[in-house]
Every structure is written in structure tokens, then in C-alpha cells.
Design a protein around this ligand. Structure first.
Ligand SMILES: [Fe+2]
Ligand SMILES: [Fe+2]
Length: 355
């Protein structure tokens, strides 16, 4: 079974550690690939376990009061949690503790300080081993569910195209642009751990949903040729949160549709800027999901190379120069490098899907 066959985006990891800094590290390393919840104490961990049981637990060995191994025992003897895989993380290297972790049912053991890429690879491997057989069984039962997902994405895409930019092929180009960027980014050491499995396929399919929230933006704002300020700009900004809420509502009815989390991130965060000046949350740097960073880049490039009622389209070269000038400002500098290397492939799409 390969990564490509495992759907990781709906997967939920609960990280338990008494160090806030370590929890922040887990969040920055794993978010974007998985849904990550952090618990600083066992009380918080238990609250998370009962409200939203995770698919994997990363557990610090050296917790105050109850030690990690004892908490592992509690999990293993609680029927609802006994099947959740646990990775023990420890700064200690006592061979007895490592053996105990495995004897008591931990799936893996990682020593601090660890290499983040190695941790990601271990998690992916674990999910493959555990979820592979489960997925095979589920797949045989859910071919019709797959069709329902396709239908849902297609309906959402229709909704999105209702507010597409003045009849251009913007939304049609976004998928292939993003797929090229994601595929090439995945070849770099920085992005390899976060772009795997279905990522490229997903972003190709979901990129066109990024502006779905524009259905709520009044025409006089959406088609305003002037730069928007004040109240009108506030109305435009809402399309991110409004769109993600639409997807969240659907998600409530279809809790198994992990792919909707991917759409959620793209829709909510595609206007966040690398330097933190974007909206809606002012996220910055690696705190912005990779998927949204890729969509943001493709969106900027396609926007400037597309004709609008109020201005002509820039040429392919001018568009590329604008993207490059936004490196480290609006856009992720490493992704801009990937973009530059991808220009021949992007040009092919630009020409094939021109307006
Ligand atoms: Fe947008
Ligand atoms: Fe767009």
C-alpha cells in the first residue's frame, strides 16, 4: 500500500506534552497535513479524547504527575481508546523505558530532539500500516460514497463558477497551475513531508473552490473597478470565512468526508500573506497551510495575467515578475522558487487554457 492510497487530510492527531513550545512545534510541523489538537495536561487530553477521538496520539513520556507510560496503560485498558495508535516521544534514552513503551502497546518511539521530516515519515508509515487494511475494507463498501463526493465537489464548483471573474477561464486554470506547483514542491526537502498522498490530486480538484464565498458578495462590490476600501473591502474579506463555513456545514452532515478539510483550508486561508499582512486571521509563514499558500500564488499569477474590465492582462513574463517580486511579502519565498522552476510547465497551461 502506498501513501497515495491513504487519505490523510481528515486524520486527527492529538499531541500531549507539558511543554507549550513542543506543542507549538507539533502544530507547525503537522498542521496542513493533519488536523492537530494539542493538550498540555491529561485533563485536557481526556477532554479531547471524549469530544473528538483522534486517529493517533503523540504522547510525551515525561509528563508531571502521571507518567506517559501510565497514561498509555489507561488508554490501552479503556475500550473506546484501546485501538488508537500511540507514538511515545521522549528526551530520555533508557533502554528499559523504550522496551516498556512497546510492551505496553505503543506503536512507535521517537527520541527528542527529533528530525521533523523523520517524524512526519514515521506518522505516514504508521497510518499506512494501520489504515491501509481498514481502507481496503471501507473501499469495497463505499464506491457509491466516492461518486457522492465527486458529485458534491462538482456542485460546489458550479456554485463557485457562478461568481467567476467575468467569464474568464480563471477557475479552470487554477487546478492545473496548483497541481504543477504542488508536484514540483513535493520534490524539495522542505515540502516533501507535507505534500504526499492525495495532495496533488486534491489541490487540482479543490483549487477552483477557493472563492466559493463570493456568492455572498453583492455585485456592486464584486464588479467594482476601483480598489476597494473601508466597508466594501470588509465585505470582500468575508468571502473567505463565509465560504469555509459553507464547507463546514456540509462537513457536519458528512463527517467521513475528510477531503472537505482540504477545501476548508484553501477557502479560508487563500488571502493570508507570508508576511502576516493578509486576512482573515493574519496568519504568517509556515502557519498558513501549504495548500492555501500554493493557491494564493497561483491566484496572484492568474489574476494579473487575466484581463479585467478595468485593465488589460499582463503578459506571461510580466506576471512571473510580479509573482517573484512578492516573494517573502505576499508569497512563500520557497514556493516562489518552485514557481520559477515550473515556468515552462505553467506556460503550457497558460497557452492551452487562455481566455
Ligand atoms: Fe479570494
Ligand atoms: Fe481567484
Amino acid at each position: 500500500m502506498t501513501d497515495a492510497q491513504i487519505d490523510t487530510f481528515g486524520l486527527h492527531i492529538l499531541c500531549i506534552d507539558d511543554s507549550r513550545a513542543q506543542l507549538a512545534l507539533y502544530k507547525s510541523q503537522l498542521e496542513g497535513m493533519y488536523r492537530v489538537t494539542a493538550a498540555l495536561t491529561y485533563q485536557e487530553a481526556v477532554a479531547c479524547l471524549s469530544s473528538s477521538p483522534p486517529d493517533l496520539i503523540i504522547l510525551d513520556m515525561e509528563m508531571p504527575q502521571v507518567k506517559g507510560l501510565e497514561f498509555l496503560d489507561i488508554l490501552r485498558y479503556t475500550p473506546n481508546y484501546a485501538g488508537i495508535p500511540v507514538i511515545i516521544v521522549s528526551g530520555d534514552e533508557r533502554p528499559e523505558d523504550i522496551k516498556q513503551a512497546f510492551i505496553r502497546g505503543a506503536e512507535d518511539y521517537v527520541r527528542k530532539p527529533y528530525d521533523p521530516e523523520e517524524l512526519s515519515l514515521r506518522i505516514a508509515r504508521l497510518f499506512r500500516l494501520i489504515l491501509g487494511p481498514r481502507k481496503a475494507k471501507a473501499e469495497s463498501e463505499s464506491i457509491s460514497a466516492g461518486k457522492a463526493q465527486d458529485l458534491l465537489v462538482r456542485s460546489l464548483a458550479d456554485l463557485a463558477s457562478a461568481r467567476d471573474n467575468e467569464g474568464t477561464r480563471h477557475l479552470e486554470r487554477m487546478g492545473p497551475y496548483c497541481a504543477v506547483l504542488a508536484r514540483n514542491a513535493a520534490k524539495t526537502a522542505k515540502y516533501r513531508p507535507s505534500i504526499h498522498g492525495d495532495f496533488v490530486e486534491r489541490i487540482e480538484q479543490m483549487a477552483k473552490l477557493h472563492d466559493i464565498g463570493k456568492v455572498n458578495v453583492p455585485d456592486y462590490v464584486l464588479h467594482n473597478p476601483e480598489a476597494l476600501h473601508g466597508k466594501e473591502f470588509e465585505l470582500i474579506k468575508k468571502h473567505t470565512a463565509d465560504g469555509s463555513r459553507t464547507v463546514d456545514m456540509i462537513r457536519l452532515s458528512f463527517p467521513d468526508y475528510g477531503f472537505l478539510d482540504f477545501a476548508h483550508d484553501i477557502i479560508l486561508y487563500h488571502h493570508e500573506n507570508w508576511d502576516g499582512t493578509g486576512y482573515p486571521e493574519g496568519k504568517s509563514g509556515n502557519g498558513i497551510p501549504v495548500s492555501a499558500r500554493i493557491v494564493a500564488l497561483a491566484d496572484v499569477f492568474d489574476a494579473v495575467t487575466t484581463k479585467r474590465v478595468f485593465r488589460e492582462a499582463r503578459s506571461f513574463e510580466e506576471g512571473a515578475a510580479i509573482v517573484e517580486s512578492e516573494s517573502g511579502k505576499r508569497l512563500d519565498p520557497d514556493l516562489v522558487e518552485v514557481f520559477t522552476l515550473s515556468l515552462p510547465e505553467l506556460r503550457e497551461i497558460y497557452e492551452r487554457l487562455s481566455d
